[in-house]
Design a protein around this ligand. Structure first.
Ligand SMILES: C[S@@+](CC[C@H](N)C(=O)[O-])C[C@H]1O[C@@H](n2cnc3c(N)ncnc32)[C@H](O)[C@@H]1O
Length: 268
């Protein structure tokens, strides 16, 4: 009881930290990516564990359910950490992010790597889908693409989630499929930050940077997916629980684990 109460004393601290975050999420993301330091296990980026352990768990679904002969678009690619890993399994990877700073970083971290490129676009808008189609055509691919999307739906508000899913419908066509993997933490923001090591006395650096700069995330599980991907337009090929890994926060080398949700979807 006492520890639960203590947790709630964190509320004013969190409110103060997040009070200067830009209200427009697109501005917030671009500022975040422009200011944040290194990526990886010792870096500043909360959701970058620096390990391929989480991806290994996805490969079973990606290799079994997605057509390996068409490109894959990593939507909300951030620093491109997953885009680079996906090159081994698909003929071409296009990373797309609303933040031009994220895209510059992803391109710099991918220097010398073939069959991967990046573009900046807001994927909740039809112009984003057109930008992706043009970039794929320039790389010699036309028509359908697979989609990989990690940790993006849970940072969007409900109307933007539906808008994003609508844009993905256009991109996948008949052959492409969507693989999504999202944080699905059952608890309020105080419980969430406590789970990631925040106490009244200290907040791990990468978590504090995210709180200061970014919109407050929500959760994205089966219920939220049903709303964003209506049954009339999408078939769920498979779905279930996954574990999302973050940068180590409460120890030197062990990533924190967040309950997550994955789904493989096909357009009707
Ligand atoms: C939590 S990060 C995940 C980054 C990356 N997928 C990963 O797992 O390392 C969410 C990413 O989504 C991007 N994003 C947010 N809204 C977006 C939008 N409307 N269109 C495209 N990207 C978006 C952000 O800029 C950010 O890079």
């Amino acid at each position: 009881m006492l520890s639960a109460l203590k947790k709630y004393l964190l509320l004013p601290k969190l409110a103060k930290l997040s009070s200067n975050a830009p209200k427009d999420p697109r501005v917030a993301w671009d500022q975040y990516w422009g200011r944040v330091g290194a990526t990886g296990a010792r870096g500043d980026v909360l959701w970058d564990s620096g390990s391929d352990h989480e991806l290994q768990a996805y490969l079973e679904h990606l290799t079994r359910q997605l057509d390996p002969n068409i490109p894959i678009v990593d939507v909300g690619c951030g620093s491109g950490v997953f885009s680079r890993a996906l090159v081994a399994y698909f003929p071409y990877v296009l990373g797309v992010d609303v933040s031009a700073n994220a895209v510059s970083r992803a391109a710099a971290e991918s220097e010398g790597l073939e069959r991967v490129s990046y573009v900046a676009a807001d994927m909740t808008a039809p112009a984003g889908t057109r930008t992706v189609a043009v970039a794929l055509a320039a790389a010699g691919f036309s028509g359908e693409a697979n989609i990989f999307i990690r940790g993006v739906f849970h940072v969007l508000k409900r109307p933007s989630q539906a808008a994003l899913a609508g844009q993905l419908h256009t991109l996948v066509g008949k052959r492409g499929r969507v693989f999504l993997s999202e944080t699905n933490f059952r608890g309020n923001p105080i419980q969430y930050v406590s789970h990631l090591g925040a106490t009244l006395h200290s907040i791990p650096g990468p978590l504090e940077k995210a709180i200061r700069a970014l919109p407050i995330p929500g959760r994205f599980g089966a219920e939220q997916r049903r709303r964003a991907f209506p049954e009339a337009r999408w078939d769920v090929v498979e779905d279930g629980p996954v574990t999302i890994e973050t940068r180590p926060l409460t120890s030197v080398d062990r990533p924190e684990q967040i309950p997550g949700y994955f789904a493989v979807l096909q357009a009707r």
